[in-house]
Design a binder for this molecule. Structure first.
Ligand SMILES: CCCCCC/C=C/C(=O)SCCNC(=O)CCNC(=O)[C@H](O)C(C)(C)COP(=O)(O)OP(=O)(O)OC[C@H]1O[C@@H](n2cnc3c(N)ncnc32)[C@H](O)[C@@H]1OP(=O)(O)O
Length: 363
């Protein structure tokens, strides 16, 4: 059997499985693994592996995504066991290891919200994953924006921790397929996307992006809905939607042509041209670029000064500037989300995601 599934399955062989997931549409791998009592033995697993190798028909992208999800679960379980073993080796150890089931949901510390000096700052905090956005993070950002819209702060900031601002949608989100299959996944993804972008359209206070490093995908497109975008000169702006078999979101199909003209917008959104911070500033997407060495200092001095301005006046002025477009932006958001829902089900998109995941897993 050629391709990703074969390579995934070879790695899969590295341990037993205990996932409740059912591998469907893949008769030779009809594993119904419902718990430790029914866990596949190493031998079962090796048999399955051999069957996989003999398959002549490609199992399809949906199965490949499920295989990748299983591979990640296995890797996480092994890491957990290794960590516990290393702790047990030291009887003097004072470290407490909390069982995975009792821990907070993944992603719960991937977003840090602080309020100081009249500024609420929402920080993307997955620096080892370049601040890629998990499904949980979209939900958490919606909640953080709702809270910030009502708190005492005058200004709200979105920024990233580490060398990246954000690498866009976490492509492993595609492996979390519900019982309703990829169609249900695409439907719920489109609803979440629409809700997420709606929050930016409706946000009532000055909203500032402090772009501390490269930005990719949806973290770039929503910049058109921010009031100010400050960027380090190290930042780049990249929307590789065609490469991913996807299409623009975040209202960028409307805001980008309006900000930079249709031709420059097409270079970015259709051909995936990556802009430097200076280019993005020349084209109006970025408000101002700062040298990386003084970026944080200069930006925060500036924002602290702005945050002392009368908050109601700032809020009302923003609304005067933005309100005329709101209805249109909501309609555009709905349309973009619908189009993307279809795109997510396309072979072009599935192939691009599987390709990224197989490289990531070094298959
Ligand atoms: C509700 C749903 C809404 C969805 C809206 C639609 C949104 C669309 C988009 O945002 S499209 C853009 C998607 N993003 C990408 O395609 C970027 C993918 N990542 C990369 O190309 C690269 O990782 C990079 C250029 C961002 C950084 O490259 P490099 O400096 O070489 O670092 P690494 O690749 O080693 O990255 C470190 C670590 O992070 C993982 N990672 C980075 N970005 C993502 C991502 N978007 N999704 C998942 N994982 C990501 C990368 O795999 C590495 O992980 P590892 O250490 O190997 O486990």
């Amino acid at each position: 059997m050629a391709g990703v599934a074969g390579r995934l399955a070879r790695l899969w062989c590295s341990g037993a499985l205990s996932s409740p997931l059912q591998v469907t549409r893949f008769p030779a791998l009809q594993l119904h693994l419902c718990g430790p009592a029914m866990r596949a033995s190493q031998k079962d697993f090796e048999n399955a592996l051999n069957q996989v190798k003999l398959l002549k028909k490609d199992p399809g992208n949906e199965v490949k995504l499920k295989l990748y999800a299983l591979y990640k679960q296995e890797t996480a379980r092994r890491n957990y066991v290794d960590l516990v073993s290393s702790l047990s080796a030291s009887s003097e150890s004072s470290i407490q290891v909390t069982p995975a089931a009792d821990r907070k949901q993944p992603g719960s510390d991937a977003l840090v919200v602080t309020s100081q000096d009249g500024i609420t700052t929402i920080t993307l905090n997955r620096p080892d994953k370049k601040n890629a956005l998990t499904t949980q993070m979209y939900h958490d950002i919606i909640l953080a924006l709702e809270a910030a819209s009502k708190d005492d702060s005058a200004i709200t900031v979105l920024t990233g921790n580490g060398d990246y601002y954000c690498s866009g949608n976490d492509l492993t989100n595609f492996t979390d397929i519900p019982p309703g299959g990829v169609e249900e996944k695409a439907r719920s993804g489109a609803v979440l996307l629409r809700d997420f972008v709606d929050c930016f359209i409706d946000f009532p206070k000055p909203l500032v992006a402090v772009v501390n490093g490269p930005a990719v995908g949806i973290s770039v497109t929503i910049l058109g809905l921010f009031d100010i975008v400050y960027a380090t000169d190290r930042a780049t702006f990249h929307t590789p939607f065609s490469h991913l078999g996807q299409s623009p979101e975040g209202c960028s199909s409307y805001t980008f042509p309006k900000i930079m003209g249709p031709s420059k917008a097409t270079e970015m959104l259709v051909f995936g041209k990556k802009l430097t911070a200076r280019e993005a500033c020349t084209q109006g997407l970025v408000t101002e670029v700062f040298p990386d060495s003084t970026f944080q200092k200069e930006v925060w001095v500036r924002l602290k000064a702005y945050s002392k301005l009368p908050p109601n006046a700032m809020r009302i002025s923003k609304q005067v500037i933005r309100n005329t477009e709101k209805e249109k932006l909501h309609a555009i958001n709905a349309e973009e989300s619908n189009v993307l829902r279809e795109r997510w089900l396309s072979d072009e998109c599935m192939n691009a995601v599987v390709s990224f995941l197989s490289k990531k897993a070094k298959l």
